[in-house]
Structures are given as structure tokens and as C-alpha cells.
Design a protein around this ligand. Sequence first.
Ligand code: CTP
Length: 464
Amino acid sequence: MASLTVRQIDEALKQQLRLRAAHHGRSVEDEIRNILRDAASDTETPPAPAPGRHANEPAPVRRVLLIIGGGIAAYKSLDLIRRLKERGIAVRCILTKAAEEFITPLSAGAITGERVFSDLFDPTHEFDVGHIRLAREADLIVVAPATADLMAKMANGLANDLATAVLLAAKAKIVLAPAMNPAMWSHKATQRNLAQLAADGVTFIGPNSGEMAESGERGLGRMAEPLEIAAGVERIFKAAGAPQPLQGKRVLITAGPTHEPIDPVRYIANRSSGKQGYAIAQAAAAAGADVTLISGPVNLPKPDGVKVVSVETARDMLEAVERALPADVAIFAAAVADWRVANVGAQKIKKKAGSATPELSLTENPDILSTIAHRPSGRPSLVIGFAAETENVEANAKAKLARKGCDWILANDVSPDTGIMGGDNNTITLVTISGAEPWPPQSKEDAATMLIARISAALKGDKS
Ligand code: CTP
């Protein structure tokens, strides 16, 4: 039999496999085994296991298939993808033909990070997934916006395009977020369809009452807001008892910059936005962890279900981290100032005509990551640091891993031209004792989801 190793696969395919493996919370090797097993046993293979179906499989990330219908509210569905992904939910997308009049497959694909589906028969695509597989590989199907037309087709069992064929083939629970003009919503035909769909076990979120896209129109028919839909999806997953991979685990995260005072009005700071640490906190909470986020001064909303402790200086941060222990996992994403001013002025330093410019004398701050990683007792079982580098990223990260005594380092190139510091995207290399694994460039939310999937797998026994 021919032999093939992961090393022989080209880089682009390897990156796709890594992303896919992370989405399912599996190793790349297990992901490949699963793909081969599916392919070998034809299209009638049992579906990939959804959470809770096989206790001996690592818990996969919860998967939503989002069907976007053709309505003006389709633009809100792009935000809905983001909101679901923030919660660690993997999202696949189908666009109806009418939806493509409002948004493009390219924009939906850029946010999901996956191919977007729209044709029932796609002779041009070499990996045609097919409507049966799309239906089976979802733990939940969300239709948003659900137009009057889509609801009518569903109520009558029509299947003349990819979206309706998937809906008819689906065994997963279906959630509709209707959006239409109030006259269409209140029409007897729509209300008949609504009653039929509810009797068929479909769940509804919204519609809400308010201003319509058509000027001067108000009433019941606005699509529920993305945050409302995402919260509804979360509730449905919880009620279904979907196992949460970090349930019962305590996760401690530092994020943001620290501010080191010079005098009562001035301070030394850095360009960290806190976005990556906040995204990790949100993804960890969505995975069921009990999360404490120790945050330097940032301009970000508090993530749902996370305990936030706000601090200013590196010394405050260390104290708050020690107070938040014990933890199973500690992730140090903060850009802690390495130095502080030795003699902080009690009063504002004044300019004095003719006198010399004041000189700041600096002293080193405690290294929080190193202090926690070297704790003789009460060390979290997984200690993860970041390495912000501007050159020799991997080599510096490896040296940092050894020096700081942590288990993993997420290394990133923060040279100004990468736009990582303060930006929305991140390109990470995961450095562990056993090697370096480059992750694809991705949003900070996706990087957070990937990290949480890796942590969940590691806590099940495989630290590297
Ligand atoms: N870190 C920390 N406390 C410090 C400095 C850094 O906890 N006083 C943590 C950061 O949160 C990060 C890791 O250490 O997880 C590496 O931070 P980085 O700024 O890349 O490294 P430094 O230790 O500051 O080393 P250098 O500036 O020399 O690269």
C-alpha cells in the first residue's frame, strides 16, 4: 500500500487541514483519518459525530450551518457569523440565489474562513460536499434571514435549491430568524406556514417590531439582532446538553497593556489593544470554562460570562493573577511593561525655565508569566505565554519558552508592517517543547477558537 506522510502534503493543504482539525478539536492526523474513513465508505457513511454522540471521541466544536435568505437583513447575518464564532461555534454558510443580491459569497467566506455553498449541483467544484453531507455535518441549522418565501417552501417540503434541499434532508434542530415586511408577516398564508413549521418542531427567534428598511414603514417583521440570535443558539446548545470541552475548568487570562506611572498625570504604556486576550476569554467562556480575565486599561466591552479584574500596573497585575489562582490553564496575553519608573513623582513634574530636562530612572517589573510558571506549588497545569517579536520570531520564541518555563508560546511578529499590534488579525506560530507549528493568518477570534480547541485536546492528555 502506498505511504503518505503529513510532511509530504503541500503547505496550503496542510494549513486547511490544521484549521479544519482545530474546528473539530482533533489532531491533524485524526482529521485526515476521519476524511479518509468518510471517503472510503461512500456517501452513505454515518455523519461525523456531533457533540455528545460518542463519549470516546474528543468533543468537537459545535457546528452551525447558517442559511442566509434573500432579504435586506442579510447584511446582519455577516455580523451573526462573527457573534457565533466569538462563542467558539464553527459556522458554515449557504447563500440562496436571492441572498446573493444582498451580500456576496466572498464576504461570507472571508468571515467564516470556509467555502460558501449556493448551488445544489456544482459541477465546477472538485470537492462537491452535497446537500446530504451539509445537512448531516451540522449540529444546528439557523436560517437568517428567513424570508416569507423560504418559510413557505419549508412548510410545504419543497426542495428545489440547495438551501431547501438541505432543510428537507436535515435531522438537526432548525432555528428560523424571520425577516419580512409587516404586511407579509401578518398575512394568513405566512401565519399558516408559521403554525405548520412550529408544529414540525422548528424554533423561532424574532421577528422584532420596529423600523423597516422601506422608508416610513414600522411594525412586526424586523429580523432579531445578531446578538439575540447568537444568545438563542447558545441557549439551544446548552438545553441540548452539548458537552462543553472546558466545563469545570478554571482559566486565567491576562490581556491589554499596563500603564506605569511617571507622576500623577503621566504614564508609560504600549500599543496593545487587548483584542487577542479578550477574544480568548470569550472563546474559553463559550467552551464552558470559568474564566477570570485580568485586564490592563483597554477600550473593549466585557466579554459575556467572564469575570474581569481591571488593573493598571504590572505589579497590580501580578497581585491580581496570584489572587485568582488556582487555575487549570493560565494564558498570558498581556503586553506587560518590562520597566517602571523607579521614583514616581508625588506631584506633577513641572517644567522649570533654564533647568535640565528631567531624567527617568527605570527599574525592572516582575515577570508575571515566569513567576507563575516557576511556582513550586499551585502552578496551573498548562501555562501559555505569548512572544511579541519583531525579528527571528521562532528562534526567540523557543528561547523564551525555556527561559520563562511555560508549556506553550504563541509567537507573533509584531513588526509595524504586520498590523498585528492593535489590529483585528493575527498570525501565530505555536511553539512547544516538541516543535513549532505555524497557524494560518486569521482573525483574532479564529485564533482564539483554535487555541481553545488545542487546550481542550491537551487537557484530555496530550500537552504538546
Ligand atoms: N510577560 C509577563 N510579565 C512581564 C513581561 C512579559 O507576564 N513583565 C509575559 C507576556 O504576557 C507574554 C510573555 O511574557 O506572555 C512574553 O512577553 P514579551 O513582551 O514577548 O517578552 P519579554 O519577556 O518582555 O521579553 P523581550 O521584551 O525581551 O522580548
